[in-house]
Ligand binder design. Sequence first.
Ligand SMILES: [Zn+2]
Length: 226
Amino acid sequence: MPHEIKPVNLGGVNCYLVKTGAGFILIDTGFPSKRAALEREMEKEGCQPGNLKLIVLTHGDADHAGNGAYLREKYGAQIAMHPDDWGMVERGDMGWNRKAKPDKMSIVFKIMGALIMFFSKASQFDLFKPDLAVDEGFDLSEYGADAKVVHIPGHSKGSIGVLTTGGDLFCGDLLYNMPGFFVADDAADYNASLKKLSSLKINTVYPGHGKPFSLEAFMKKKNRYL
Ligand SMILES: [Zn+2]
């Protein structure tokens, strides 16, 4: 099944509307404050209640999960997420299941988390319980896409990517396309996930932040987190 990818940049956070033969899959949802802009883009592509088959959240941070509850209600689509991040959206706590012991990275995280929650609270992040617990190998073909879930922890324990058979990877926040900007909760997990990706057939990476890029070119760069 062929698919078309429509990136939607919502104030620096990317969502991806994937058009398949069967309807649409939305990967990530942006901040609640960007809801109107997201809905405009969805409408432009013909995505409406009834043909949005699935919402995949690459992880539980509010800048990606922020419109999950609203979109599920309005469009009647189920929300798929890795169980290791569910507590984040059920409680509105981005530190849930992240490292408790402060180190350099987790302090950065705590500051970022507090800032993100501040902004998302200001625009009312609706807590929710996802519908589908997905993990490595979860097949999206019944939702119309020739794609599978890959579990790529590092940014959070329950971070997932969506990899199509054609080699497009939606990677959430494991990899950013922003200069010098990598945020890992767990460096060992992060490195293991990167190693895993390098063993897969991946051409283009569609990140949560920044423009799409080639994985091959990324792996050649010296200034990556590893
Ligand atoms: Zn993010």
